[in-house]
Design a protein around this ligand. Structure first.
Ligand code: AMP
Length: 576
């Protein structure tokens, strides 16, 4: 896909802020307001998908992109949409519509639009079920440039005449495979029928099953095709290093990083972050946690960078927290560990990062902290590099205690082998008049342990985040295994309740319609829904007790197969 960044020592082809010119955002033709927003966010260079997608999207081309979360796909479509918005907006109707599978994603994507489009005065509105419709009506009424919506709620607004698509310049289908899996195919078709034929259409999907291909053939005109992780066969280039990953939520990442570093005890480690902002924040956090950390990013002068590298080489710093751009071309003898604080945006970037260790016969370790939704990106990296990344469990509090005791034991053994202990003999001899020799040794070990391995404040367990996002091996048709899908599914843990929905087979309701309505209109994921039973006149959906109310209000405020349904907790047969 993209050419490999140079691995030489002092890059000569860089701009004053250290950005490689060929990879700079300024090369892509984006408006100054957008470049300003990106600089403020500390984005140093476009990710591969952004480099490939932004120029054709600015030209108005349709695009079919295979890319998972973590590749930077949101900015890849949001930036050109915002750029084009300026020319297209007139009046209050939206110029861009982004369809997403879930409420969670609607909020995330609209926040991203908001961040990038602030200086352009972009008016961005997320619309999804479960939120009072009145607020959405008022916002739509006062004028909106970009709408980010779940299909069900978008269709509701179109039917009411409150969402007018006549002025759309662009429609984006984000995570299209997920939308199809949730049974939104018909809704998407209906929405696209309302959009102008001359629009630009962009489709992003993590997987490309034949249904997505069919959808693309029907709705996209001569699209540019982009696939992350296809062409770049970098297998031979990947060094042999021990590679592992931990699945952890963003909030627990600093603590998880600390634990992993404690267990691994690197001589020196480099921690890669996505942006300058994150580099600065993490450096501060890790210093606060007692790790001697130094920041390195493109916003620093050459002199500052030299000083940082000097401290790392001299061993007065253990952790280098850096962006890709700043670390390009570095070769630090002492490095034993590379940590990806986020999953890199493309497999080549992963390979270049881990190439910092494991050189010239040295043993190297690469560790990746991935958020649950980024799990698919790990799989892509494995496929491209042809090497396995083991998913490890985050060390527990008990693991940490054991590790600290091991370190004390090792320190004592070293002292026994090497130190002159004679000056202390008098203490032991005096104390053994009064105490048992074992007791004396235990007290000495305790004191040594407290000094060599001070107790950590970090005594809380870090929860193991479940792997989320597109599931492996799911049927591509969106068919959820017929009407009764309890049989093939694992039983749900914990307390569940049955939700009664007053529409069934006669109304044409299928399991995927219910899953689609629930996941599209609430924050609940498909995998959290249990068995679904469809009878002639009603359906029963099993959901975890804790989310039952949210499911009920979500279903009440949406339509299923175009109809409103009675929805309530099942009372066991009185209405059947
Ligand atoms: P996405 O794949 O769209 O979910 O984006 C993943 C993350 O990468 C988001 O947190 C973005 O804010 C961040 N991101 C996207 N593009 C860049 C970039 N060029 N430089 C740094 N961070 C980025």
């Amino acid at each position: 896909m993209s050419s490999a960044p140079a691995q030489h020592d002092a890059p000569t082809d860089t701009t004053p802020d250290g950005t490689d010119e060929a990879h700079a955002f300024t090369e892509l033709g984006l408006r100054a307001e957008l470049l300003g927003a990106l600089a403020a966010l500390g984005y140093e260079e476009p990710t591969p998908i952004q480099r490939e997608a932004i120029p054709p999207l600015l030209d108005g081309r349709d695009l079919l992109g295979q890319a998972a979360t973590g590749t930077g796909k949101t900015a890849a479509f949001a930036l050109p949409l915002l750029h084009r918005m300026v020319a297209h907006r007139d009046g209050g109707d939206p110029v861009a519509l982004v369809l997403v599978p879930t409420r969670e994603l609607a909020v995330q994507v609209s926040e991203a639009f908001h961040r990038y489009g602030k200086d352009l005065g972009a008016r961005v509105l997320p619309i999804y079920g479960g939120q009072p419709i009145g607020r959405q009506l008022r916002a739509l009424d006062s004028g909106v440039d970009v709408v980010v919506a779940t299909p069900g709620r978008a269709l509701d607004h179109i039917a009411r005449g409150t969402l007018r698509l006549g002025g759309l310049a662009t429609v984006v289908l984000d995570e299209a495979d997920e939308m199809l899996d949730m049974g939104f195919a018909e809704d998407i078709e209906a929405i696209l029928e309302h959009a102008p034929a001359q629009r630009q259409t962009v489709l992003f999907s993590a997987t490309m099953p034949s249904r997505i291909d069919g959808m693309a053939r029907q709705h996209l005109r001569e699209p540019v095709r982009i696939e992350i992780g296809r062409e770049q066969q970098v297998a031979g280039a990947a060094p042999r290093v021990r590679q592992s990953a931990y699945i952890v939520t963003r909030a627990h990442k600093p603590a998880a990083l600390g634990r992993v570093l404690d267990v691994e005890s690197p001589t020196a480690a480099i921690v890669f972050c996505r942006s300058r902002e994150e580099v600065d924040r993490l450096t501060e956090t890790m210093n606060g946690r007692g790790y001697r950390s130094e920041a390195l990013h493109g916003g620093m002068s050459q002199e500052q960078r030299d000083r940082v590298m000097g401290r790392l080489r001299a061993g007065t710093a253990d952790l280098l927290v850096a962006t890709d751009v700043a670390a390009r071309g570095l070769d630090v003898e002492q490095l034993t560990h590379v940590v990806n604080y986020d999953v890199p945006s493309a497999p080549e970037s992963y390979v270049h990062r881990i190439g910092r260790v494991g050189r010239a016969g040295r043993e190297g370790v690469a560790i990746t902290l991935a958020e649950p939704r980024e799990h698919r990106m790990l799989k892509t990296i494995e496929r491209v590099t042809g090497q396995r990344i083991t998913i490890d469990k985050i060390p527990t509090v008990a693991d940490m205690r054991t590790r600290r005791l091991e370190l004390t034991q090792a320190a004592l053994r070293e002292s026994l082998l090497e130190d002159d202990l004679d000056p202390y003999r008098v203490i032991v001899e005096t104390l053994t008049d009064e105490f048992d020799l074992m007791e004396v040794a235990l007290a000495a070990v305790k004191l040594a342990h407290e000094v060599t391995s001070p107790g950590s404040d970090d005594e809380e367990e870090i929860p193991q985040a479940p792997v989320r996002g597109p599931r492996e091996g799911r049927p591509e048709s969106g068919g959820r295994g017929g009407d009764r899908r309890g049989g093939g599914r694992p039983r749900m843990g914990g307390n569940t309740v049955q939700v009664f929905v007053g529409l069934g087979r006669r109304a044409g309701v299928r399991p995927q319609d219910l899953v689609g309505a629930i996941t599209g209109e609430t924050g609940i994921r498909g995998r959290d829904i249990g068995s679904i039973e469809i009878a002639d006149r009603f359906s029963l959906v099993e959901v975890p007790q804790g989310v039952a109310d949210e499911v009920i209000s979500g279903l009440r405020s949406s339509t299923i197969k175009g109809r409103k349904a009675t929805v309530r907790r099942d009372r066991g047969g009185d209405e059947r």
